[in-house]
Design a protein around this ligand. Sequence first.
Ligand code: ADP
Length: 303
Amino acid sequence: KLVAERYLKREILGEGTYGVVFKAIDTKTGKTVAIKKIRLGKYKEGVNFTALREIKLLKELKDPNIIELIDAFPHKGNLHLVFEFMESDLEAVIRDRNAVLSPADVKSYLQMTLKGLAFCHKKWVLHRDMKPNNLLIGSDGQLKLADFGLARIFGSPDRKFTHQVFARWYRAPELLFGTKQYGAGVDVWAAGCIFAELLLRRPFLQGSSDIDQLGKIFAAFGTPKPSQWYDMVYLPDYVEYQFVPAPPLRSLFPMASDDALDLLSKMFTYDPKARISAQQALEHRYFTTVPAPTKPALLPRPI
Ligand code: ADP
């Protein structure tokens, strides 16, 4: 029995932020796909035309470092999003104790992440929920960003489904202080956290609540001074934190190169208006000095 007269349903791949994801064969192309069944919850009636219109725009976002949205359709009251199927994700690579990640490999993963981000930001689409298990890896080693634009259409995921606790670790300080006018900087901050995680092989700032997350951020980079981030005190959920000075970044990343640390510090700039953009990050000398980024096909094969 085909779904939407086209997809042959296979096993469930997992339960995600927005609902169940299952594997399927696209009988039109013969390719394996991943179908996300999105619970429409409270907006169930009248399958939300705004969502459908915005999803149409996401179908136009085509880039080698973005997961292609192949198809989208409502079926039995759920919205189905069809994506290209990916073998693995960056979280599995980071966690795989048998995989050695060389400085060149880290550079390659970060470069592919930033290329995907820069492409979407140029088209004014934000991700808003970047984390290593959203960075999918294909059989050719290419890294592609998944779930682009979904957070804006379907709402902040972790407020609706409590199993989503990890996303907090990648959240920019302006989001934690409740800003409503966030921009592309939130994705760059998250990419900085992922860069740090690639260097450390463990999540960098593991807060246990939003307050604790900000505490961890300030302990790592120092409490921001008004001269560093003028707008901070005007943010909706701003609370004063006890001042802590910034330890040298080097002490947190003893093995990283000077270029890596310089780029990292620019991605972790407090003021989102002063934070480096994804495009500027790609132009940083980290990417042109040795070692060159590993070619995707030569990256460690995730299990
Ligand atoms: P989350 O919202 O927690 O990031 P997702 O909804 O993205 O989770 O995915 C749920 C499960 O489906 C995960 O195990 C993920 O690996 C898998 N998955 C999601 N997208 C794809 C894809 N394009 N190809 C293969 N597996 C996928």
